[in-house]
Design a protein around this ligand. Structure first.
Ligand SMILES: [Fe+2]
Length: 323
């Protein structure tokens, strides 16, 4: 973390209590007063925490990231199910995703996932209706030149509860290169996490989700007015945090040869099933290398005194204790 003695002075772009559709995504120093950061996050559904991670950490992760991605194909396994020209594919075809960077670099990636201000924000947002928070995915994403924009969607569509919902999940994005519009910085509609008409996935339309069919259409918004969309620019060292009900989507990478690289973190209520099965990804022999805080976050923990135990009510953290 960047060291600063006093809480940093900063200027908000929007000083009101109402999100401005099409406005600028606020960037706030990680050292700013917490209540102000929380207020902006709840208002806009998104905030960029500047200087949240040191550049040494970012550089170390980039090295691991590059070696892993060099061995990874594009999303070709979905290609036959996608129409890349329609721009309707949610996964894209010139995008690489991997889920194991945490095991390759537990110390560095662990620092991102447990950044204190980030966890303060996430806990404050998600623990009204749960006693704990889980990490439900850790993804390395590489968006290559020529990739089309992702449709706007809500990540919380994973959990198909209709209508107005309680906060269910929070996503984070850590840039491994500056997020700028040309390389496909995420686009988002500020304040859309509070819209009352949140659509959700038809849980039975699994095929449609992959093909841009009905499943994803229900997941998308009819409001694609370009003026409503803000570009989520963010510098190296920052962490972007957004509510899972915020309408957003990756932008198009219009460059000739610049690859957009990032680490995505997903957090959810302690009683929800996650997108990537963390306990199977990180069995005890792997999870033993993680920090105790991270071990809890990936599910070696109990929610509400009972959920997720091994013997009834027994905390699975005991699986990590060597005898
Ligand atoms: Fe998303």
């Amino acid at each position: 973390m960047v060291q600063t003695n006093a809480q940093e002075r900063f200027e908000l772009w929007n000083k009101s209590d109402i999100a401005e559709i099409g406005g600028r995504v606020e960037q706030i120093p990680v050292t700013a007063p917490f209540q102000e950061t929380l207020r902006v996050f709840k208002r806009d559904g998104i905030v960029v925490l500047n200087d949240a991670v040191s550049l040494d950490v970012v550089t170390g992760i980039v090295d691991e990231f590059n070696s892993m991605m060099a061995m990874t194909d594009m999303e070709h396994h979905f290609r036959d199910k996608l129409d890349s020209k329609s721009g309707k594919s949610i996964l894209g075809v010139l995008t690489k995703r991997r889920s194991e960077i945490l095991a390759r670099s537990p110390h560095l990636v662990g620092q991102l996932l447990t950044q204190p201000r980030l966890l303060e924000l996430i806990n404050s947002h998600l623990t009204t209706y749960a006693t704990s928070v889980l990490i439900h995915q850790v993804l390395s994403v590489e968006i290559n030149p020529g990739e089309v924009a992702q449709p706007l969607h809500r990540d919380n569509g994973l959990w198909p509860i209709p209508g107005r919902r309680i906060p269910l999940g929070v996503a984070t994005m850590t840039p491994l290169e500056n997020f700028v519009a040309e390389t496909g910085a995420t686009q988002a509609i500020l304040g859309s996490h509070l819209w009352p008409d949140a659509e959700y996935i038809d849980p039975k339309d699994v095929e449609g989700r992959l093909s841009g069919g009905q499943g994803w259409k229900r997941y998308q918004t009819p409001n694609t007015d370009p003026e409503a969309v803000s570009v989520v620019e963010a510098p190296l060292g920052s962490i972007v945090v957004f509510d899972g009900d915020l309408l957003h989507g990756g932008g198009a990478n219009t460059t000739e040869n610049v690859v957009r690289k990032s680490i995505i973190g997903g957090y959810c209520l302690g009683w929800l099933r996650g997108e990537v099965n963390q306990q199977l990804m990180w069995p005890p022999e792997v999870a033993r290398n993680f920090s105790p805080e991270l071990q809890k976050l990936i599910g070696y923990s109990i929610e509400g005194g009972l959920l997720g135990g091994i013997q009834l009510g027994e905390d699975p953290i005991s699986l990590l204790q060597t005898s």
